[in-house]
Design a binder for this molecule. Structure first.
Ligand code: NDP
Length: 240
């Protein structure tokens, strides 16, 4: 049976790039989305459309999906992975920072879901994986806005899962622990970055390797359509 289209957001870095490599190695056709796409072109992935899109821009996101579906057929897996973490205390955090996180981490996920869900429900197949975080299950200092967006990902995913369960469409959450990616680098407070890195030292300096997020998502996807791992929490064993 020929492989169906996989859409990955936030594919230019971290988990998203590992996901792209994981699925490319299995010859899936892909749509890869991020705002920066130069590095993605260098991989020369086969059967892959790369589009520079801000996931908060519904129209641009829709145009990219429609273009990919014209080339490769309907989306069978959407990984809503794009995300931003700008840590800060609400005592002094710049409101632009939480607006950015809400736009990408929440609106971007809602956009992605709506853009593929109708066709999936109509055909009684398809999978959506939303990347949340352990910070979507428990709180951490200086994470108020980020935790707010990630708790929202769990809530909205579970709501949609229940709504469409009878159609056999899977709507799943992956909640990773701390991993080595560029995520922390966008936080503007050096004190918070230093504190985060000190906390990571409690894991013996080894947080989760992003390749395990990619292989876990592929495992969830390649299970038979009638089987759902609704929520996967995955971290370095040493994370508290
Ligand atoms: P990275 O910063 O390495 O990657 C984030 C990706 O999101 C980049 O490809 C970035 O691309 C993309 N992105 C950001 N904003 C937008 C936007 N507006 N539109 C489209 N793409 C966007 O971080 P991670 O790989 O770590 O993060 C991936 C996901 O994993 C996020 O949702 C994050 O919250 C979550 N996560 C990460 C953990 C970690 O410790 N690393 C732990 C738990 C969850 P570009 O800038 O080119 O647009």
């Amino acid at each position: 049976m020929s492989k169906k289209l996989i859409v990955i957001t936030g594919a230019s870095s971290g988990f998203g790039l590992e996901l792209a490599k994981e699925f490319a190695a299995q010859n899936y056709p892909m749509l890869l989305i991020a705002r920066r796409t130069e590095n993605l072109h260098a991989f020369n992935f086969k059967n892959t459309l790369i589009k520079s899109v801000d996931v908060a821009d519904y129209q641009a996101f829709q145009n990219a999906i429609l273009e990919a579906e014209t080339l490769y057929g309907k989306t069978d897996l959407l990984v809503n992975n794009a995300g931003v973490m700008l840590l800060g205390s609400l005592l002094d955090q710049n409101p632009d920072e939480w607006q950015t996180m809400l736009n990408v981490n929440v609106t971007g996920v809602l956009n992605g879901i709506q853009l593929v869900l109708k066709d999936m429900v109509a055909t009684n197949t398809g999978t959506i994986v939303n990347v949340s975080s352990i910070a979507g299950k428990k709180t951490f200092g200086s994470h108020a806005a980020y935790c707010g967006t990630k708790f929202a990902v769990h809530a909205l995913t579970e709501t949609v899962r229940q709504e469409v369960a009878l159609s056999n469409v899977r709507v799943l959450t992956v909640a990773p622990g701390a991993a080595e990616t560029a995520l922390l680098s966008h936080t503007t407070s050096q004190d918070i970055i230093d504190g985060y890195n000190e906390w990571k030292e409690t894991m013996g300096g080894k947080s989760l390797d992003p390749k395990y997020i990619a292989s876990s998502v592929r495992f969830m996807y390649e299970l038979p359509q009638e089987v759902s791992i609704r929520e996967l929490v995955i971290s370095a064993t040493r994370q508290d």
